[in-house]
Design a protein. Structure first.
Length: 98
């Protein structure tokens, strides 16, 4: 698997659109680029929390459409892993802003 994902048409046509996150599996780990200027400091945690929950819902919808998985069960499983990973990470988050 390689290459970039397509930009959604609504984002491509909106002059005010901004990219928030890119993520790759590379060299045996997760590598991310984050836009840390999308929200002001007061709303930063709220914005990222909503973004992450919306991504979970999009994943559940995609798995339902492509593999007929139950949306609620998928969300439940992702939430369980999410909470477990926050409580006891399987890998340390490291890196720096570039």
């Amino acid at each position: 698997m390689s290459g970039e994902l397509r930009v959604p048409p609504s984002a491509a046509s909106d002059k005010k659109a901004c990219e928030l996150v890119r993520a790759w599996i590379a060299q045996g780990g997760l590598h991310c680029s984050l836009n840390m200027n999308a929200w002001d400091d007061e709303h930063m945690a709220i914005g990222w929390g909503i973004l992450l929950t919306d991504i979970v819902r999009h994943v559940a919808n995609a798995l339902h459409e492509s593999k007929h998985w139950d949306k609620e069960e998928t969300i439940h499983k992702i939430r369980a892993v999410f909470n477990a990973e926050l409580n006891a990470p399987t890998a340390k988050a490291k890196g720096k802003f570039v």
